[in-house]
Design a protein around this ligand. Sequence first.
Ligand SMILES: Nc1ncnc2c1ncn2[C@@H]1O[C@H](COP(=O)(O)OP(=O)(O)O)[C@@H](O)[C@H]1O
Ligand SMILES: O=C(CO)[C@@H](O)[C@H](O)COP(=O)(O)O
Length: 552
Amino acid sequence: MAQNQSDLYLGLDLSTQQLKYTVINHDHDIIAEAAVHFDRDLPEFHTTNGAIAEGDVVTSPTLMWVKAIDILLERLSKNTDIKIENIKGISGAGQQHGSVYWNKEGLETLASLDVSRTLEDQLQGAFSVKQSPIWQDASTTSQCRSLENLVGGPQGLADLTGSKGYERFTGNQIAKLYEQNPSAYDATARISLVSSFIASVLLGQLAPVDVADGSGMNMMDIHTHKWIPSILEHCGGKDLQKKLESEPVEGGTNLGAINSYFVTRYGFSSECTIAPFTGDNPATLVSMNLEQGDCVVSLGTSDTMLMYLPEANPTTESHLMSHPTNPEAYMGMLCYKNGSLTREKIRDEYAEGDWTTFNNLLHQAPPGLSNGCNRRGYYYYMQEIIPFAKGFHRFENDIAVDEFTGTKEEVASYNVRAIVESQFLSMKVRTSRMLDTHGKSSDASHLKRILATGGAASNPNLLQVLSNVFNIPVYKKQGMNSASLGGALLAKFAVRRLHGYSGTFEQMMEDEQRDKVAHQLVAEPQAEYTEVYNDLVEGFVRLEQVVIANTQ
Ligand SMILES: Nc1ncnc2c1ncn2[C@@H]1O[C@H](COP(=O)(O)OP(=O)(O)O)[C@@H](O)[C@H]1O
Ligand SMILES: O=C(CO)[C@@H](O)[C@H](O)COP(=O)(O)O
């Protein structure tokens, strides 16, 4: 099958609040984008922002994701801009760390789908655990400590797997199930990540975990990309190796052709290739076409900072993940649970639930929030990952206060500015610590640009503060959904390799991307404010220690 100008590639992204698709052509132009929004389009599953939270236990109904696939593919097949039979490959991404538990019957059904019925109808009984634990879960602290103890402490686990023990990481979620619900664990034939779950559905059989998403499990050797047998046994007994079925695979691998169900029901070509699905953050990284000195800030449901790293220097404060397309390289990551949803809380409380009002209030408060009184705010509506803290904490002249003092409008503007500044200051402080660790081996110590993405990157006011806090310009790329775009590019890479291409992913991007000026400047540092933020760092770190001590 030769390459053809009419060839298309499909990327999917099953993130926290939506399932999205992006279709690209041979030149990487975006032909179509759409999404199924879980709360709005599937209210019968009763999620809030795509999840169901019961204290620290946070899950999503697995069947909701199945139904979202039905709806998204139905919409895709009706999109007249796309000839579905021209889609040569599919890949994509999932919110990281979340897990899906298949029972034996479920896998059998998957292998023999009836084309006259929906996936939802057929896969209702397919899962031994009906609520999938997701990345917002914070209920596995004891499993994290136990796993760290097994390998000599947090740094020991980070040295082996790229990260210390984190509550949301899949190995700790599996260990909790193994300990607390042995009957459900025993009824589990196979375990998927959210990413490999979608690939499995499209293949009609279990798909392997990809190495980049596999490094968000606390169970994979970050250097060899293989499962660590002693950790598997600790988390899930002797059976876990079997439940994962195979070792993780590198991005760009051909997993096989799409299941005939999708050929007959939606008109896909029977030659359409399925490539490994990765995590939404690694997929975002590959969509961004990074140059030296670039980092990515994704303001989605979570806020993340992503960076290409040529060498492994694991720390206990950041994540080191395998690179999605370069087996020799790594992705450094910071992840904040209190991203968009916590900004929404402040918007709803102080800005009438409206982003324009939020932006006006942001401009009313002085940058740095001083103006005769030093104000600081730390906002962790959910149990934060870095730092491990919870609750809303405000300070005036270093003294803890329940609320800022001032008129109603001043108080509103202080809270709006305080949340935005404190979120970006935390990122700046931890980015420079990460760079200090990697500085010897990487050019990343000289960050030159931030490439911004995610739903909140549509707000230029936030990006201006980001630029001022980091003192570097902020750029954006075409398209709404960087993770599904990354998925479409990974699909193309896999198809090109299947047909003999021997170059790297980066070479493919260099040679075949038509629009070379893909990043647009959206904010430049304003000299009068950048100094303010430099001066704030010391006080920010000091008061953050008080917050951490108060929430232990
Ligand atoms: N104008 C805006 N200003 C700030 N945040 C926004 C704006 N528009 C959307 N968002 C945020 O974007 C978030 C969704 O981002 P998105 O990347 O689509 O999420 P995910 O991929 O995690 O499902 C919403 O929760 C919302 O708070
Ligand atoms: O936990 C992490 C990364 O470690 C999150 O970033 C999830 O991957 C969810 O992503 P979004 O839905 O916010 O894009």
